[in-house]
Design a protein around this ligand. Structure first.
Ligand code: ADP
Length: 490
């Protein structure tokens, strides 16, 4: 089979044609389907109804003609008309035949040569047309169309008199009343059709109001948002709306809530970033201004080292922001390897403690740590997370002593970094992982942190399949618990 051929091209083409024929809007489609089903059905009903009315009316006419023929035959027999000549003699035949139950029927009695022997009074000056072969041995019912368009139903019945001569009873009735009745029936059918279509349209529109109106609201709202950038707009939820449409509107509103929230975050981030950058830039500017002045060597060194530390802070701020945006965009490539977490933590705690000198201590609690805790991690990034937590632990505690342990909890390894510092209130615990969030903004800006440490740490932990949880009590201290799925030993 040719693999380039689509599997069901025929169906696609057919549905494509139908698709092109249907109107593009929902209401138009609904009406097209409605009329597409109703019109042929009503037309078929109209044709069948017309045919049945026509048949029954014609049957009625035929019955009248046959009955009248029988009546004439009976009168002739009762009046003693047994030969052709009796028609001239019997004046009473005339009067007997005049009494008729069907005055609209034309009656012509003709001999076998076609000459009229007797004709009803309504035929004065006229005659019932005879066609070739109508004077046969059988009674015949036929419909004739006159040159003036008048339609006649004719009944021809042969009759053998006692003297063996054959005469014909020719009876006819104009079909004018039948046609009038049929026209009336067509008119009624058309009116009925229009009433049915209009009612169906009105009822259908009412029934589908729960789709059309809410859907229009949804589209209007979406268009207004797109044209005005007003992301606070929401779709009104209508009580009449269909379940599916309500769900769509609710989903749209939820999506817009999310968009609004994300835009708010982006706006906040921009404002926070500018704010955070302004402070070190002002410091740098002041330092540069100072360097223009006459300064002693010590003063100059002091200004330069302040400028250097400010640049370092700026550098860290920018790299933290970049790292965060890359982790959020999931474009930060990270390689993982099996790491002996206990050893890594122990070594880092030792190294960090030494770098702190008298400013603090990171105490690794080997006795309470799992001896063989293996996880799939990136060493460098794990050390970056822990360094952040160690720095905070030392920075936010009076005692400047931080305890670190590696625990096994179910399928996870937990690195607990615990201090006995100021602690964090439950409300703030939820926010300390937010970018630039500081518990006491003015105090902590001077502590040298960027306000990004915890958000970077958590983003990195999550990038490696882990997370960071916080257990803290105000005035008693905090326990930052970094968890990773542990690698089970084979
Ligand atoms: P910063 O660079 O300001 O330290 P972080 O993201 O690391 O930013 O921390 C956010 C805020 O959380 C800090 O400003 C501080 O108020 C609070 N915080 C972080 N660690 C601790 C801790 N160990 N004890 C008390 N508060 C802390």
């Amino acid at each position: 089979m040719d693999s380039s051929q689509p599997a069901i091209p025929r169906q696609e083409t057919e549905s494509g044609i139908i698709e092109r024929l249907l109107p593009r809007d929902l209401r138009g489609r609904f009406l097209a389907v409605l009329f597409g089903v109703l019109l042929p059905s009503l037309s078929l009903f109209g044709v069948l109804h017309y045919d049945s009315v026509k048949r029954s009316l014609l049957k009625e006419v035929d019955q009248t003609l046959v009955n009248r023929a029988r009546e004439v035959e009976q009168i002739l027999s009762d009046s003693g008309v047994h030969t052709v000549h009796h028609f001239q003699d019997f004046k009473m035949v005339d009067s007997a035949l005049m009494v008729t139950s069907a005055p609209e029927v034309y009656v012509d009695i003709i001999d076998n040569r076609g000459y009229s022997l007797w004709a009803s009074q309504n035929l004065v000056g006229k005659s019932i047309p005879l066609t070739k072969g109508s004077l046969g041995g059988e009674a015949v019912l036929e419909t004739l169309v006159q040159p003036d368009g008048l339609r006649l139903r004719r009944y021809t019945k042969p009759l053998v008199l006692r003297d063996n001569t054959r005469i014909f009873l020719v009876l006819a009735e104009a079909l004018t009343h039948l046609e009038t009745a049929l026209q009336g029936s067509i008119g009624r059918t058309i009116i009925l059709g229009i009433v049915i279509l209009t009612l169906t349209e009105i009822l259908g529109t009412l029934a589908f109001r729960g789709i059309f109106i809410p859907l229009r609201n949804l589209v209007d709202t979406a268009e207004t948002i797109a044209s005005t950038d007003d992301v606070t707009r929401r779709v009104p939820i209508s009580v009449d709306a269909d379940k599916e449409i309500t769900r769509t509107a609710l989903a749209f509103n939820a999506l817009m809530d999310r968009v609004e929230h994300l835009l708010e975050i982006a706006k906040q981030l921009l404002a926070d970033t500018s704010h955070e950058l302004r402070n070190p830039l002002t410091v740098l500017m002041t330092d540069l201004d100072l360097l223009r002045e006459e300064l002693t060597k010590e003063q100059k060194d002091e200004v330069i080292s302040e400028a250097q530390s400010t640049v370092r802070r700026l550098n860290r701020l920018v790299s933290d922001l970049l790292l965060l945006s890359r982790t959020e965009a999931q474009s930060e490539a990270i390689s993982l390897e099996e790491v002996d977490v206990t050893r890594l933590v122990e070594r880092l705690a030792d190294r960090f403690s030494r770098s702190l000198g008298d400013d603090g201590e990171i105490v690794f609690d080997a006795s309470k740590s799992s001896p063989n805790a293996i996880a799939l991690l990136n060493r460098e990034r794990t050390e970056q997370i822990l360094t952040n937590l160690f720095e905070n632990g030392v920075r936010y505690s009076e005692k400047s002593e931080v305890k670190v342990r590696v625990l096994e909890e179910g399928r996870n390894l937990v690195i607990s970094v615990k201090d006995e510092g100021c602690g964090i209130t439950p409300d703030e615990q939820k926010r300390v992982f937010d970018r630039f969030y500081r518990v006491d903004r003015s105090r902590n800006r001077h502590s040298g942190g960027t306000g990004l440490g915890l958000s970077v740490a958590r983003a990195l932990a999550r990038l490696m399949g882990g997370d960071i949880k916080l257990v803290s009590e105000l005035g008693k201290g905090s326990d930052f618990r970094v968890q990773f799925p542990k690698v089970e030993e084979a």
